[in-house]
Structures are given as C-alpha cells and as structure tokens.
Design a protein around this ligand. Structure first.
Ligand SMILES: [Fe+2]
Length: 307
C-alpha cells in the first residue's frame, strides 16, 4: 500500500488514503512507521475512530504508556488520556497574557523531558474542537539543528544543558514573560498538582536520535535553565546564558514550525524525540476534548543531576 504524502506548512506531512478503521497490512504498518521517522509530525484527517481503534493504531509505533496520573486516566482504556478544556480544572490552567485570560497555554516543550527519559511520541485525536484558538504547534528540532551555521554547531557540540522542573512560569528562565500574569489558582509547587519534586535533568545540547541517528537540537524553552560547567567550555556564565538565548530564538523561528488548527476527527502523531510542541490555549469556557495515546520512551536521553 502506498499513502499519499503531502507536506504541511514548513514541517511535517499529511498522510491521506488511510482509514484506520480498516485492518492494516504488515507492509502498511511498516510504511507508516518509516513516514513517522522521516517527517516527525504526521497529520491524518477525518478519522472517525473510537478509543479502542486509536489504541490499536498507536501500537504500530511502539508500546504505549499509561498516563502517570491515575486521576486523569480513563478506567475503561488506561492507555487513553483525555485532555479536556471547559471543565473544573480550567481554573488551575488559567493565566493572563496582556490582560486576557487564557486556559491551557503551554510553552514549547517535549513531554517528560524533565525526567531525562522523554516519551517516544504521542498521538492526539480531536473529539470536540474549540472553534477558535486551541492550536497545537510543532517544531522540528532536527531541521533546526541542520539550519544552524557551522560555527554554532561546533560551539555546542560538547555542550550540556540543564532543565529545571518548575510549576511557576515566572521562574522559567527562557520563556517569554512579556505581559504574563499567573492566574489566582495557578499551581505554585509540584505537590499542588500531585507531582513529586524532580531533580534537574541534563541533556547534551545535541542529541542523536536513537532510531534515525539524526542530530536533534535539544533546546526547548520550557524548564531550560543553564549550561553545565560553562567555564570548561571557555565561557563565563553570562556568555553561556546569551548562547542559550540565541538558541531559543533560533528554535522559535517559524520556518521550523507547523501550527495545527483542529477539526473534529483530526489525528496528529509526533516523534517526541525530535519534535517539540506547544499549545496556544483557549478562552475560558470553551469546550474541547482531545484523546491522547502515548508511545513510551525506552531510551534515556538525558540524565538526572544528583542533588
Ligand atoms: Fe505536551
């Protein structure tokens, strides 16, 4: 079987000619997996599937992970995680951006990056859409690495970078805080949302993709904190911060991004070892439901920094 592959804007590809309700041959499954590695971000439209089929389909790409938070897990389908806007958790996820309340906005990140062992990937399927807003952005960090000039590539070849888990966005060092105000119910510490304390996670600034070997620029603004031992790289701390700021600005360039405006039945699969993602959030009171399945990460890409 051969699918139709149409490039999305800048990065990723839309795959058509596939109805995931019908059984897929071994060959078709292998083709999908290699398309996933080739493009990192795959969009499938008009997929009218139930959670059971979504779970079966996701297994093509690797063993699935159950969500670590028992409370948000579906009892009938433990591999399914329901992301919902418009419910009682909205208050926790509301913050102000230039005076406007926004629910569920998230900076560029990779899932579970702060543990040193990110998920391999995830698949989102839109069940109910927001109408306006609620976009999900994806950024290809292999492309971002390739686009760096040779001098920058050499400079970061042996650099290590630390990520510090933080609940308060105002304490994240490299996110854009212009016009930002936390909401009255914004969590202050990990325990507020049932999370443990995490030690810092350290990554090489350039990670080799465990399957494809592609070089991935491991710079995501959420939780990014500092260069490890910059003096050993011949840099003062301030110079190391400037370098990180320069890299953050590099990966923010739209040419590495695809922003998806959801329609019901859309599915997006991404490779979390290569692509970062973010969410623009919605206005308060907007209902949205996205069913998520997660492909487990069986490789440790970073290391926890001993306290
Ligand atoms: Fe995420």
């Amino acid at each position: 079987m051969s699918f139709k592959v149409t490039p999305l804007e800048n990065v990723g590809a839309e795959i058509s000619g596939l109805d995931i309700r019908t059984p897929l041959t071994e060959e078709a499954r292998a083709e999908l997996k290699s398309l996933w590695y080739e493009h990192a971000i795959l969009l499938f439209r008009d997929q009218d599937v139930d959670p059971h089929r979504q779970i079966e389909f996701s297994r093509i790409f690797g063993p699935l992970e159950k969500h670590p938070l028992e409370v948000t897990r579906s009892h009938e389908f433990p591999e399914l995680f329901v992301l919902q806007n418009g419910g009682e958790r909205d208050a926790l996820n509301t913050a102000y951006y230039h005076g406007e309340p926004i629910v569920g906005r998230l900076d560029w990140h990779m899932d579970l990056h702060y543990t040193g062992r990110p998920n391999h990937g995830a698949l989102l399927r839109a069940v109910e859409v927001a109408g306006e807003g609620g976009l999900t952005g994806f950024g290809d960090l292999a492309l971002a690495y390739d686009a760096l000039d040779r001098e920058s590539q050499d400079k970061i070849a042996n650099l290590e970078v630390a990520y510090r888990f933080e609940m308060q966005r105002t304490k994240m060092r490299f996110v854009d805080l212009d016009g930002y105000q936390p909401g009255p119910m914004s969590p202050k510490k990990p325990a507020d949302v049932g999370f443990p304390e995490f030690p810092d996670a350290v990554y090489p600034a350039v990670v080799e993709h465990p399957v494809t070997g592609a070089k991935v620029l491991e710079i995501v603004e959420q939780f990014l904190d500092r260069v490890i031992e910059p003096e050993k790289m011949g840099m003062a701390a301030a110079e190391a911060d400037d370098l990180l700021q320069h890299l953050v600005e590099h990966v923010r360039k739209p040419e590495f991004h695809y922003f998806h405006e959801w329609r019901a039945g859309d599915m997006i699969l991404w490779d979390n070892w290569r692509a970062m993602h973010c969410t623009t959030g919605t206005k308060p009171g907007v209902n949205r439901i996205i069913n998520r399945t997660t492909i487990a990460g069986d490789v440790t890409l970073g290391r926890p920094l001993a306290a």
